[in-house]
Design a protein around this ligand. Structure first.
Ligand SMILES: [Zn+2]
Length: 316
C-alpha cells in the first residue's frame, strides 16, 4: 500500500487511515450489469484506504480513483441517475437572483437551469449524451473542464454552482481554485454534496459513496475548511431534510441498528461487510424497515437528509 499523501484539500500531512476496503467488495456491490466496468476501474488496487485529514476534516479514499467515461456511461442507463427535481435545487435557487450570470459545473442535462430565472446560464458537462439533451433544451452547455473555462472566463459569474459533483473530483484543490477563479468579486459559490454528517455515513456497503463514484466525503467542518483554504466567507450550510425517495433506506438503517441491539451483535464496523450474516441482517432490516416507514408519516418526523448545500461568498 502506497504511503498516504498530503490532504487533497488543504495540503496537510496530518492524515489518519480510518478503514481499509477490499476493492472486489465494491465491484460486487453493484448491479451485475456494471460490476465488470467497476472492477476494471479499480483493477490496479486490491485495497483502498479511507482517510481523514485532522486539519480540515476531509474524508477521502486513497488512491483517489475516479470513474472512467465507460463507467459513467454504464450508470447513466439507470433511470435514477439524472433526477430533474432534486430537493437541493429548491434550496439552491433562493441564492440566484433574476438576471445573474450563472455557471454550473457538471450540469448533467441542465435540470437546475429550469429552476432559475436568468438568460445568462452556462453549463459544463463531460457526458456527450447529457450535453446533447441540454443543448436540445436551448441551454449553453459545453464539454469543457472548469480549469480551462475559468482561465478563459476569469471573474465572470455572479453564481458558480455544482450539485453532486465535488465528491467525484480528484484532486480537489485545483477544482475549487478554478471555481473561485470564475466568480466575480462578491459572487457566490454553491456546492451541494452528500453529507457525511447525515445518516448516509452510517450505511454499510454504500458502494456509490465509494470510488470509482465518490472519492471524497464532506462533513460540515470540511465544508467550512473550504472557506478557510480559499479565503471565502461561509454564508450558509443548509441541510436538506430526508427526501421521500430515501425514506426506505433510512428506515432499513434504523431497523438494522435496532436488530443489532436486540440480538446483541457488535456495533457495525467498517464501510464494507459482504459476509453472509450481514446479508441476512440486511434482508431482515429491510422488512422491518418497511414497518418503521409507516410511522414516518409526517415531515416533522424526518431527520437530516442525504445532501447539504454550502454557500460561500468571494470578497468584493
Ligand atoms: Zn486537509
Amino acid at each position: 500500500m502506497a504511503a498516504i499523501p498530503q490532504c487533497s484539500l488543504c495540503g496537510s500531512d496530518q492524515v489518519e487511515v480510518i478503514d481499509r476496503i477490499v476493492t472486489a467488495g465494491i465491484a460486487g456491490g453493484y448491479d451485475a450489469a456494471v460490476t465488470s466496468v467497476v472492477a476494471e476501474n479499480l483493477s490496479a488496487n486490491d485495497e483502498l484506504s479511507f482517510c481523514r485529514c485532522r486539519e480540515c476534516d476531509l474524508r477521502y479514499f486513497w488512491p483517489m480513483i475516479t470513474g472512467s467515461s465507460k463507467y459513467y456511461d454504464a450508470l447513466q442507463r439507470f433511470s435514477w441517475y439524472y433526477i430533474e427535481d432534486k430537493p437541493e435545487y429548491q434550496i439552491a435557487k433562493q441564492w440566484v437572483s433574476p438576471g445573474d450570470r450563472v455557471l454550473e459545473i457538471g450540469c448533467g442535462r441542465g435540470a437546475f437551469a429550469t429552476h432559475i430565472h436568468t438568460p445568462h446560464y452556462t453549463g459544463l458537462e463531460f457526458s456527450a449524451e447529457a450535453v446533447q439533451s441540454a443543448v436540445n433544451r436551448g441551454l449553453d452547455v459545453t464539454a469543457e473542464p472548469i480549469e480551462q473555462h475559468a482561465r478563459k472566463h476569469p471573474q465572470s459569474y455572479d453564481v458558480v454552482c455544482a450539485f453532486q459533483v465535488l465528491e467525484h473530483v480528484a484532486p480537489v484543490e485545483p477544482f475549487i481554485d478554478a471555481s473561485v477563479g470564475a466568480m466575480k468579486p462578491g459572487g457566490l459559490l454553491l456546492y451541494c454534496v452528500p453529507s457525511e454528517d447525515s445518516y448516509i455515513s452510517l450505511l454499510r456497503n454504500a458502494v456509490l459513496n465509494m470510488p470509482p463514484h465518490h472519492v471524497t466525503r464532506w462533513t460540515d467542518q470540511a465544508l467550512r475548511s473550504v472557506a478557510r483554504v480559499f479565503g471565502l466567507e461561509v454564508v450558509a450550510i443548509d441541510h436538506e431534510i430526508l427526501a421521500p425517495m430515501h425514506v426506505t433506506t433510512y428506515s432499513a438503517l434504523i431497523a438494522e441498528r435496532m436488530l443489532r441491539r436486540v440480538l446483541h451483535l457488535e456495533a457495525q464496523k467498517g464501510l464494507l461487510d459482504t459476509s453472509l450474516r450481514q446479508r441476512m441482517l440486511d434482508k431482515a432490516a429491510y422488512r422491518l424497515g418497511r414497518l418503521i416507514e409507516k410511522g414516518l408519516d409526517e415531515e416533522k418526523l424526518y431527520p437530516r437528509g442525504h445532501s447539504v448545500l454550502a454557500v460561500y461568498r468571494k470578497a468584493a
